[in-house]
Ligand binder design. Structure first.
Ligand code: ZN
Length: 86
């Protein structure tokens, strides 16, 4: 049994795969802007074993420049934004 719930939370390596027709999306907690998660950059910056939510809190929004995002698998935003969040 885990010592803390953190052990059971998704880690950044989860970003390597997603459901068919879904991508990983980061949604700004401040302004609600959505962008595709820059998976390669995140793995480079945080490694594969960081807790996904914790890494997401460090993403910076292009729109409002605040940090903190929800990361989840979702269908492609329509229209897809040209910029990624970071
Ligand atoms: Zn924002």
């Amino acid at each position: 049994m885990g010592t803390r719930n953190l052990d059971r939370m998704p880690k950044t390596w989860s970003l390597r795969s997603s459901r068919p027709n879904f991508i990983w999306i980061a949604k700004c907690m401040n302004c609600g802007r959505k962008s595709p998660v820059p998976v390669g950059k995140m793995l480079e910056r945080f490694g594969e074993k960081e807790i996904l939510m914790r890494a997401a809190m460090k993403l910076k929004c292009d729109g409002c420049e605040r940090s903190g995002a929800d990361v989840y698998q979702g269908e492609l935003p329509d229209p897809a934004p040209g910029q990624s969040m970071f």
